[in-house]
Write a protein that binds this ligand. Structure first.
Ligand SMILES: C[S@@+](CC[C@H](N)C(=O)[O-])C[C@H]1O[C@@H](n2cnc3c(N)ncnc32)[C@H](O)[C@@H]1O
Length: 287
């Protein structure tokens, strides 16, 4: 019998017809566009699921994931197709901007009684490095006065496995490497014994963040506040222009007047929305 295993990858061969079905399913659920050049990526990401489930072919997997019994697997399917690469203080200019421009202006506005709270949304937060970098930046600025103000960070993602990691707030030493040593000591607890290469975010920061699942494609985000800052970084590259337009109309509606939104360095709002003004380093202001 001819084997359907690709000897170079060890995964079953992903036939074009099955790839089309999977790409469509992925798009419908996440709005992530999986073009032809993403076939190897889909093969390896979902091939791992096939292995875990002892399923021999992608067509069988497709049937399973769409069946009544496949509801639980559907979540793993979505989690597998997302790309979660992130870092502490990734694209540090945005945190510098917070510190040097946004926070002093916010503080002045607070003193004048023009603002009552500070709300930040890390809208594709992955495993938490971004929202914790935001919180470190806030705590470094306000110090022990943090509690004097009404400050909250909302951190959301479609992927439930990265959200669990984010909520736990435990990171390997190589992951926390971008955190300066003085900040590492201040905001993380180092594990003991077998865990001495792991660092856990202190409750001192954690108490200001709420993690929850949110899929950008939903009509209703179930968010009942407006934000001063939204981080929407390194995620729109996976979407097509139409969905980017939809998303930025939505995000605009969740921003306070003149609030800022941050996007990744390889992303642009050019041709996506004219409701934002470019400020600097992929920081935009709401118009
Ligand atoms: C590459 S990570 C970026 C993480 C972080 N913002 C950064 O810049 O370091 C992209 C994240 O977007 C999330 N994502 C992808 N599609 C999404 C969707 N439809 N709704 C919400 N989050 C989504 C993924 O799960 C992933 O964690």
């Amino acid at each position: 019998m001819a084997s359907n295993i690709d000897s170079s990858t060890g995964f079953p061969i992903l036939e074009d017809a099955d790839f089309k079905v999977l790409s469509k399913l992925i798009y419908e659920e996440t709005r992530i566009v999986m073009g032809e050049h993403k076939k190897a990526l889909v093969t390896s990401r979902l091939g791992k699921r096939l292995r875990i489930l002892s399923i021999d072919s992608f067509s069988e997997y497709i049937n399973f994931v769409q069946s009544k019994n496949g509801k639980e697997e559907f979540e793993n399917f979505v989690n597998s197709v997302t790309t979660n690469k992130t870092d502490f203080f990734r694209e540090n200019k945005h945190f510098e901007f917070m510190k040097s421009t946004f926070l002093p202006a916010w503080e002045e506005a607070y003193k004048r009684g023009e603002v009552q709270n500070l709300r930040v949304w890390s809208s594709a937060c992955s495993s938490g490095e971004e929202p914790y970098s935001i919180l470190i930046t806030l705590y470094e600025y306000f110090g022990n006065n943090m509690d004097k103000y009404d400050i909250k960070v909302l951190a959301t993602d479609i992927d439930t496995s990265v959200l669990e990691h984010a909520q736990n707030g435990v990171y390997r030493d190589d992951v926390v490497a971008p955190v300066p040593i003085n900040l590492l000591k201040k905001y993380f607890l180092r594990g003991k014994g077998d865990n001495d290469s792991k660092y856990k975010v202190k409750d001192l920061l954690k108490k200001y963040v709420i993690f929850r699942q949110l899929n950008f494609k939903e009509d209703n985000y179930d968010i009942h506040t407006t934000f001063d800052l939204i981080f929407c970084r390194n995620v729109i590259i996976y979407f097509d222009k139409d969905f980017q337009k939809y998303l930025f109309t939505k995000l605009h509606s969740y921003m306070k007047d003149s609030a800022y939104i941050f996007i990744g360095h390889s992303e642009t709002l050019f041709g996506v929305s004219d409701k934002f003004k470019y400020v600097t380093s992929n920081v935009y202001e709401r118009l």
